[in-house]
Each structure stands twice: as structure tokens, then as C-alpha cells.
Design a protein around this ligand. Sequence first.
Ligand SMILES: [Zn+2]
Length: 299
Amino acid sequence: MSRLYRNGEVFEEAEFGKIRLKQWQLFVDKDHFKDALRDFCIQEGFALVVNKADNRRYTAECADERCNWRVHAALLRDGQTWAIKKLRKGHTCDLNLVNNPMCNCEWAANKLLEDIRGNTDIKGKALNALLWERYGLKMCRSTIYRMKGIAMKIIQGGHDESYTSLPQYCELLKGSNPGSMAFCCWTNVPGPERSLQFSSIFISFAAQFKGLISGCRGLVGVDGCHLKGNYGGILLSVVSLDGNNEIFPVAVAVVDYENKTSWSWFFHHLKKILTATGRGDWTIMSDRQKGVDPSLDSV
Ligand SMILES: [Zn+2]
């Protein structure tokens, strides 16, 4: 790169506080230039107004109208490398933006990624303290939680990815924890892609079954509740009462709707658990909602 452009100098990554921009600095591509420029603006405490930005040119100036600072960068002849062609230095503004609009959610999420990975329960206040300590910045409360959401998505993968892993999870669970029950159902989505869509999952751990046989009364309660989040659905659960009269979880399931079909599917699996206990005198308690009674009768 530097052989191609003799008067150029490749931009070297520097730690925050030591970033310098110069005329004829070279960048691997446009994103590289824009990332470096954003870091520099935040370091110096000013914001930008972009005058022109397309695939070949980028011109921006200090957002303060009284200020003269200006940068112009362009794509070089190799069609890849970007260079700062002109840089008018010397701010005549105050340079003390604490709520700098250059600090957006994506930028902050990437800068604080390792802190959030290390402690996913970290509070907005602590994240703001880190931003202040390292970058002299503050973000407003709602933005900082949106930023954390973006970081969590990078760390944990999106909900889509988690659902995709469920069949594998069921197999791993049964293999590594013998005696556990795990069933996952998928339906075909009509269309040329013939893709599969999650419909339901039922899970009961081996320890729950053991506890049900050895220390619970002959009573189970079933109920459903709505799930919040990206995909909604209903969480169905079975609990029993242990020797201390405390609630003992037996199994959980996630289904798309609360209706006769989903309750029948759920009772079908529950029946296997209750039959396996060897007792015949189980009492089942429910709120008799939406399909519980008919499906219980049929199963
Ligand atoms: Zn300025």
C-alpha cells in the first residue's frame, strides 16, 4: 500500500487519547477511515457534520459553526484504500462535548463489549461510569440499555440463533443427563424454501423426576403463562408439592398457543412422567382454561 502511494503513511491503531490524524494517512477501506475518525472525534470532544459522503469521497467539518476544523478523504486509484487528502486543523470551538452524538450505541457497545461479557448483569450506571472514566462521555439512560442490548446480541447471538440450537440442546441434555426428557417440535413453513419453524419444546430434568417419586405428594398443578420477548408463545408448567409443602417444579414446556392441541401434546408427555412413577392416584389441578379439560380427558 505504501509503495503505491509514496507520500502516504498507513494509519496505525493507537490507544484512546493518542489517536492522531494527518494529511495523507492511508486506511484499509472506508469503514476503517470512518471508525478512526469517530474515535478521534470522541477523543477530542467534538462532533461532525458530514457535508459529502459517497463511495469515493467523504467531507466533514466540526459541528460547531464557529469552528474551522475540516477533513476530506477519498478513495484511491486501487479502488480499496482511502486517504485523508486534506485536513484543516485547529479547533476554534470549546471541545468539551460530554453527550457527544458521535458516541452511538454501536460504538459504545463495541468499546464496552468485554466489560459486558465479563458481567452480563452490569447496570447502566456502572456502564456510564466506565464511559466517563475511559472516554469522558455520558449516555442517557434509555440509550445505554439499548446499547447493552446490542452488546448482548453480539455476545449471546440473537433469539433466532438460540431457537436454532434447541434440537441440539435436547440431544445434549438427554445424553449428558440420563433420565431427562426433552422433546422439540418443528413445523414446515409453506414456501419454496421448505424451512422449519419452531413450534414447541418440553423439558423435564432427571432430578425433577427423582424428586417427584421420592418426596412429593400425589398432586400436580398445571398452568400456562404468556411469554414476553421477540417471539411470544406460552410457557406451560407442572409443579407438585414436596414434603415441606413447598412448590416443586416437575416440567416446563413452551408452545405457540394455549389450545386443545398444545395441551394434549403437553399432557401426552406429562402422562409418561406420571406413569413412570408407578403411582396410579395422581390428582391434577388446573384453572380449567382454554382446552385443559377436553385434552386431559382425551389423553
Ligand atoms: Zn471544532
